[in-house]
Design a protein around this ligand. Structure first.
Ligand code: ADP
Length: 536
């Protein structure tokens, strides 16, 4: 074969080899060695080296050598940027070709003179438009580099430049990811991140005990199949199909008595072209709040005791005021008004005490009467009773309920109270003219009743607290009356029915409150109670 053609084939093969090493490996060492092999194959010279620009140190540092007489790598050869012969090639960003360099006054490293180099080509390496290093090719005999040889060397040099850049980006990304990992691992809260479809891509150390890890690694698994506690997983599944702009908050009680607070937040990136949010995945933070529950229990015990003690004297006070109002006869308007204020105040106090005692009642479970309940009838009652309040505030109610819904097995009185509390809140906190939606639907094995509004929404840090007793959020200004017990009652009622509550909310965009009941659980409950409920 024509030697010229053979030479060109060899050149191309060498370039290809370097290209494939660059494409396949992020390991810089492999790429550098492959490049040196290729260089020595395409030129009949004896030695080659690759130096990299270290911008922080302001030096050009030799990173790989092949065929040199001396060892310039163990103690890497360093040349201040812009000095020496290499400096010329870097400053002018051009291939520099020299003959014998032993006596060259530009020599920055005197020991290099001992190499006895008779001909040398210094080829700048580029990445993203900048010089990132130098490929040096050296002959110990006089030698003239051909133009096409220089072309091939330039090509190889630039490929190494790109590899360098990739390796640096990869190292940066690795460092950032290990820094992020360290931050996440130092958190006492369990943190799980998933992609948009719910495939787990990160689990911090605190989250590991939540999984049954005998089955091995869970990164890469879908949340639907991960060996998570079933109650935790059920909540996550519904959160992930929910509103992609809002946080979802719910609580889980484990068999060992621990309480976990779960916050599911979408990871949102604003796309530069549009205002629409693009869901990049989900972050789930799970906090063990058992100690808070214990503290709350102490508070509850105290409040219950106080409510019991206050009930009788308050009853006496109310009776006395009613008697005064009825029997005082001829009194002034002012006197009548003062008595009226007293009665109103005492009534409010009575309402508060009743709510506290109601909570105690629900939690004891005593006297709750479970029956199959037609969900449409339950909602109908709520709709009728909230209507006057909605009209007063000029609010619209949108109802979305399918014709067929499985029955709920529960206590109608308490379920109605829970629903009315949600509707009342939506009415109270949504500005006049707002829209409230009431919906019920079956999702997988759950029956969900949802009340949604387009009111002020709830800040994320408040969402975790609103189901606590007596907690009133910042949206509840002086004009909105309340005791902070409404949602605590909702939560107790739903949990008493084996269900769970959740809130999804975004500030200034509204809130959705949900009561979720497990259908299989309810079927079991009905069977236990000997009820004849129609569960398909
Ligand atoms: P109350 O309404 O008596 O304050 P709740 O227990 O019913 O007590 O609610 C607790 C807190 O949750 C409220 O104080 C309010 O800050 C917030 N909240 C409840 N429902 C809504 C809603 N639909 N929109 C905005 N905030 C709400």
């Amino acid at each position: 074969m024509n030697t010229e053609i053979q030479r060109r084939i060899d050149h191309l093969a060498a370039i290809n080899r370097v290209a494939s090493a660059v494409g396949q490996s992020l390991d810089l060492e492999t790429t550098l060695q492959t490049a040196l092999d290729a260089v020595l194959e395409v030129t009949p010279v004896e030695a080659a080296g690759i130096s990299l620009v270290d911008e922080d140190a302001g030096e050009l540092v030799l990173r790989a050598q092949r065929g040199w007489k001396g060892d310039f790598i163990s103690e890497p050869m360093r040349v201040p940027l812009g000095t020496g012969i290499s400096g010329q090639a870097l400053i002018h960003d051009r291939v520099l070709i020299t003959g014998d360099v032993s006596d060259d006054p530009r020599l920055a490293v005197p020991e290099f003179a001992d190499e006895g180099v008779q001909a040398m080509a210094l080829v700048p390496m580029h990445a993203r438009g900048r010089v990132v290093g130098l490929l040096s090719v050296m002959s110990y005999r006089p030698y003239e580099f051909g133009e096409d040889e220089i072309g091939v060397l330039g090509n190889i040099a630039d490929q190494v430049g790109v590899a360098l850049d990739n390796a640096r980006l990869y190292e940066d990304a690795k460092e950032q990811s290990s820094r992020l990992r360290a931050v996440l691992d130092s958190s006492g809260d369990a943190i799980i991140a998933t992609d948009c479809r719910g495939t787990i891509n990160l689990v911090n150390t605190a989250a590991e005990p939540l999984f049954d890890l005998q089955n091995g690694e869970i990164v890469g698994m879908s949340l639907h199949h991960a060996p998570l506690h079933p109650r935790l997983r059920e909540g996550l599944q519904s959160a992930l199909v929910g509103d992609r702009d809002s946080n979802t908050v719910y609580e889980v009680t484990l068999e060992d008595g621990r309480f976990l607070s779960v916050i599911v937040s979408p990871v949102l990136l604003q796309s530069p072209s549009a205002t629409a949010h693009d869901c990049k995945g989900w972050v789930i933070v799970i906090r063990d709040v058992t100690h808070l529950h214990e503290a709350e229990q102490t508070r509850i015990d105290f409040i219950h005791a106080a409510a019991h003690d206050l009930r009788n004297p308050l009853g006496v006070t109310l009776g006395a005021l009613a008697m005064l109002q009825r029997d005082l006869g001829d009194i002034t308007d002012l006197q009548r008004e003062v008595i009226e204020i007293g009665i109103q105040g005492a009534n409010r106090m009575q309402e508060l005490i009743d709510n506290v005692l109601n909570l105690e009642h629900i939690e004891s479970g005593v006297g709750l009467r479970y029956k199959p309940i037609d969900v449409r009838e339950l909602l109908e009652r709520g709709i009728v009773d909230i209507q006057p309040a909605l009209q007063q505030r000029d609010q619209t109610l949108v109802v979305a309920v399918p014709d067929e819904l499985p029955p709920l097995v529960g206590d109608m009185h308490w379920l109605y109270r829970a629903l009315l509390n949600l509707l009342t809140n939506a009415n109270k906190y949504t500005p006049a003219g707002g829209e409230i939606s009431l919906g019920a639907y079956v999702q997988e094995d759950d029956l969900v009743i949802e009340v949604k509004d387009n009111g002020p929404g709830i800040p994320p840090d408040v969402q975790t607290r609103i189901f606590e007793r007596f907690y009133r959020g910042p949206s509840s200004d002086q004009r909105v009356r309340g005791s902070g017990l409404g949602l605590a009652i909702v939560k107790s009622v739903v949990e008493q029915h084996g269900g769970r509550v959740f809130v999804q909310s975004q500030e200034n965009a509204g809130s959705t409150f949900g009561m979720v009941f497990s259908l299989p659980d309810m079927a079991r409950r009905a069977a236990d109670a000997g009820l004849d409920a129609d569960f398909d």
